[in-house]
Design a protein around this ligand. Structure first.
Ligand SMILES: Cc1ncc(COP(=O)(O)O)c(C=O)c1O
Length: 495
């Protein structure tokens, strides 16, 4: 329905999200910046607190017809939100694989938000995108002509790689027929240490999670190549279509690396797509002592990697590299004419580099600008030293744990993760699990998620994953003491 102009209400020219008073806005902006810098500067002593009931009540209020304004909203943030945050930026945080961010990363995000950058691929961002991608390929030893796309997370980066693998290997026109057109059951393979996001990708791509074969691992937590070979053979004998093998560059449980040269040889022989999940671990390439773990990674058909974990860029930012440019493009390019985009698509010189056609989202934040600025600001050597420091620190922590008679390291320390448990003599496996869960609970009282847990080869275990650039040696000494105190306190229940 058309609206008559004279019926419109309000003063259009004054209705905007820009501030009425730029001076006041500038003073608020400076205050916000100063406050956040102070917050990060003092993060070591920032207390861990659960939100109080009063804070929760303040958060759960109905939306108002008239907003309370920028300053009052910021005061609200400072009072009721900020004090109950900050877990992962603390020097004593090693849970899951959560990156620590950086003060400069925070500022970079502000610049990107300022121009509401959406990775548009025009003007300066076109060149920045190309250069950032080129640096990433260089750091990971991928050929310059490799296709690549910046995406939102490790999960999305893996999804993107597996989607290309499926379409490239399906032997049917996936765009038009989809999985409905597949004649032979498609199967794919990964080690039992693989991150669950790959399972989810397989489900979302219509392959069904039964098609993903979880292959056992050897003592080093690497995929067992013989077991893999056997599984492929059995599937072929059933008339199935094995199409992809997923390797791990740093498993989320133990930080293990598969033998990529062996995997690549097998994939070539069996005509399988080799996808590698290097979400955090691919950056081991930057380490002086451990880069060999990634040998052969550059032979993958696709690689998922992210920047918000070991590279400590602010959440979120990741990337998928795909060797076959056409296969990458053909998977995500619209299967029909996108009428309203035709003219703008025509502006892109090389369609195979049109990032809007290389992963699911069309609009996205300028991940490439973020990556570009942080790689430029810090340079290769800073990241090399940080990756190396985290690996060295984990080996130091493993030594401290091994020196404690009541603790044991439960998995080989390959890269930046150590798995261990408090293990006094005479307790059964279920009792050990119960006891170590209590220790985890105590650690989470100090800082929620400070360390995490998992199960490795059927054994419940505690886990420290170190991508933290703020941790110092003393923090690990302190951690071992705290865990010892906790274990010694709880052991009395079991004796
Ligand atoms: C090995 C591995 N792959 C994939 C992911 C998923 O990444 P994201 O959390 O960025 O989606 C993770 C997250 O911890 C991971 O460790």
């Amino acid at each position: 329905m058309r609206v008559k102009v004279e019926n419109l209400r309000g003063d259009w020219d004054k209705e905007t999200l820009d501030p009425k008073d730029w001076e006041e806005f500038s003073s608020l902006g400076h205050q916000m910046l100063d406050d956040m810098i102070t917050f990060l500067r003092n993060i070591r002593t920032h207390p861990f607190n659960h939100p109080t009931e009063a804070a929760i009540n303040e958060i759960f209020l109905p939306i108002k017809d008239e907003g309370v304004g920028a300053r009052e909203t910021y005061n609200h943030f400072k009072k009721y939100i900020l004090p109950y945050t900050g877990l992962v930026v603390k020097p004593q945080f090693w849970g899951f694989v959560l990156g620590t961010g950086s003060p400069y990363g925070m500022l970079t995000r502000m610049l990107i938000a300022g121009v509401n950058y959406f990775d548009e691929g025009f003007l300066s961002s076109k060149y920045v995108y190309k250069q950032a991608l080129s640096w990433v390929k260089e750091l990971l030893d991928f050929p310059e002509k490799t296709s690549g796309v910046f995406v939102g997370s490790g999960s999305e980066a893996n999804f993107t790689g597996i989607a290309v693998a499926r379409n490239a290997k399906a032997q049917v026109d996936m765009k038009t027929k989809g999985m409905q057109g597949v004649e032979r059951y498609m199967t794919l393979y990964c080690s039992e240490e693989t991150h669950d996001c790959l399972d989810r990708s397989v489900e979302l791509l219509g392959l069904g999670n039964e098609a993903l074969r979880w292959i056992p691992t050897d003592e080093e937590s690497r995929i067992d190549i013989e077991a893999l070979r056997k599984a492929i053979k059995e599937d072929r004998a059933k008339g199935y279509h094995p199409f992809c093998v997923i390797g791990n560059a740093g498993t989320v449980h133990t930080g293990a690396f598969d033998d990529f040269n062996k995997l690549a040889d097998l994939a070539e022989k069996e005509d399988l797509w080799l996808h590698i999940d290097g979400a955090f671990g691919a950056w081991v390439k930057l380490s002086e002592t451990h880069r060999h773990l990634a040998d052969g990674m550059e032979r993958a058909d696709s690689l998922a990697v992210d920047f918000h974990k070991w590279m400590n860029m602010p959440y979120t930012c990741a990337c998928t590299l795909v060797k076959n440019r056409l296969a990458h493009y053909s998977t995500f390019v619209y299967g029909h004419d996108a009428e309203y985009l035709k003219s703008v698509i025509a502006l892109v010189d090389d369609q195979l580099e049109n990032r809007g056609m290389l992963s699911l989202p069309l609009s996205r934040p300028a991940y490439s600008v973020l990556t570009y600025m942080l790689l430029k600001a810090y340079g290769k050597n800073k990241y090399r030293r940080l990756v190396q420091k985290n690996i060295d620190q984990i080996n130091y922590l493993a030594e401290l744990i091994e020196e404690e008679p009541r603790f044991e390291v439960t998995a080989p320390v390959t890269s930046n993760i150590v798995c261990f448990r408090y293990r006094p003599n005479g307790l059964s496996e279920p009792e050990l699990e119960k006891l170590n869960r209590l220790i985890l609970g105590d650690m989470w009282q100090i800082n929620l998620g400070m360390i995490s847990d998992t199960t490795v080869k059927g054994k419940y275990t505690l886990r420290v994953c170190n991508v933290n650039h703020r941790t110092v040696k003393q923090d690990f000494k302190w951690l071992v003491e705290e865990m010892k105190k906790s274990g010694d306190k709880h052991i009395t229940q079991f004796q």
